[in-house]
Design a protein around this ligand. Structure first.
Ligand code: NAD
Length: 349
């Protein structure tokens, strides 16, 4: 498996692979850039089909974290961890302890937090082995949601503010009566659905598991849609909130939406997709711009003397950042992701 020649290597500072024989842990930590501060990024637990797939995900996700932190003006670098296993079947306290020990070998150059498949409880278990774990300090509340360290509520609120801004920009309207298709109603997607419902949007939802779909249907009157067709629905907004690559060569021509804006990291299967979306006159809100609420929340968990209002304000500002990127893209005649990349890279390079 080539590393330095990997198409997503992108000048990573450090990539480490770890196998713990006793627990069966197989994990990768990728540190992309620490110019602005220690690298911070969630840990994804997923049953990757191969180590190549896991490595690609880790590399792409950690690059995204460098851009995300810089775009949100945080004193942090970008890094990410992946555990190759099924979170519904293979979790154990011993496995999380082993992961904590792996994180500790980075001596603070990488700080772990939650991502898909990893809960506050998992982070608490890792934190018994390393002090470089975050996203488990119950600090400031976002919109009255009881804080427990999970950055998901802040991510969801930031994505909501970003969607509001994009809808205002494209349709010059609010969300009342707008249609939104959400792919993946997990930790973030379901919370986002609640905000959108409250704002008057009509929802379509898909997932590979049933539980949250039923909640969204019952509680929010959302229409449950087959996962294979969710991206092709005729809607005002398509919100990818599952894993990566929702925009790929197979889905590109099937989109029937004006806006793509959601929580998922790495929504574009490859960098050329932003130009392809622009050519299709679909407004793409770059993923790391709109989903920065979680990293902002984790940053606030480290600030003594912050408060609920400060957190709410900084996450809410994602709306203005989204608007700025969309306006700049129009002015410069460039795809939105390219514009965002230029702004972020100028800060961390
Ligand atoms: P999650 O695991 O709680 O939710 C993901 C959901 O997507 C799950 O319900 C899963 O069943 C579903 N899913 C998986 N594959 C799918 C597919 N092919 N089609 C439809 N649904 C599918 O994770 P989360 O914390 O809600 O994160 C969702 C996305 O947002 C991830 O890409 C994550 O990296 C990103 N993100 C999360 C945060 C955060 O604070 N949790 C912050 C920034 C970005």
């Amino acid at each position: 498996m080539a590393l330095f020649e990997h198409p997503d290597f992108d000048n990573h500072e450090q990539v480490a692979f770890h196998h713990d024989k006793k627990t069966g842990l197989k994990a990768i930590i990728a540190v992309h850039n620490t110019n602005l501060g220690p690298s911070l990024g969630g840990c994804r637990m997923w049953p990757y089909a191969s180590s190549e797939e896991a490595l690609t995900d880790a590399l792409r996700l950690s690059v995204g974290m460098s851009y995300k932190a810089a775009m949100a003006n945080l004193p942090q670098g970008g890094g990410k961890a992946v555990i190759i296993a099924n979170p519904r079947e293979h979790k154990s306290e011993a496995l999380m302890h082993a992961m904590g020990r792996f994180v500790d070998t980075f001596n603070g150059r990488y700080i772990i937090a939650e991502d898909s498949g990893i809960s506050v409880q998992d982070i608490n278990q890792m934190a018994t082995q390393t002090k470089f774990a975050s996203g488990h300090h119950a600090r400031y509340a976002i919109n009255d949601q009881k804080p427990d360290g999970n950055p998901g509520p802040s991510t969801a609120y930031g994505v909501f503010c970003g969607i509001q801004a994009a809808v205002k920009y494209v349709f010059n309207s609010d969300l009342q009566g707008k249609t939104v298709a959400i792919q993946g109603v997990g930790n973030v997607g379901l919370r986002l659905a609640r905000y959108l419902h409250k704002a008057g949007a009509k929802l379509f939802v898909s997932d590979i598991y049933e539980e949250n779909l039923l909640i969204a249907h019952k509680e929010l009157n959302a229409t449950i849609v087959d996962n294979k067709i969710i991206h092709s629905l005729e809607v005002d907004v398509f919100a990818p909130c599952a894993l990566g690559s929702a925009v790929n060569k197979d889905t590109l021509n099937a989109f029937n939406t004006k806006i793509i804006a959601g929580a998922a990291n790495n929504q574009l299967a490859n960098p050329t997709m932003d130009l392809a979306l622009m050519n299709r006159q679909i407004t793409y809100v770059p993923d790391y711009v709109i989903n920065a609420g979680g990293i902002i929340d984790i940053h606030h968990q480290t600030i003594d003397g912050s408060n609920d209002a400060n957190l709410l304000e900084q996450v809410g500002n994602i709306g203005s950042t989204v608007l700025h990127v969309l306006e700049q893209a129009k002015e410069q005649g460039l795809p939105t992701q390219q514009v965002a990349n230029n702004i972020a890279a100028s800060r961390f390079s």
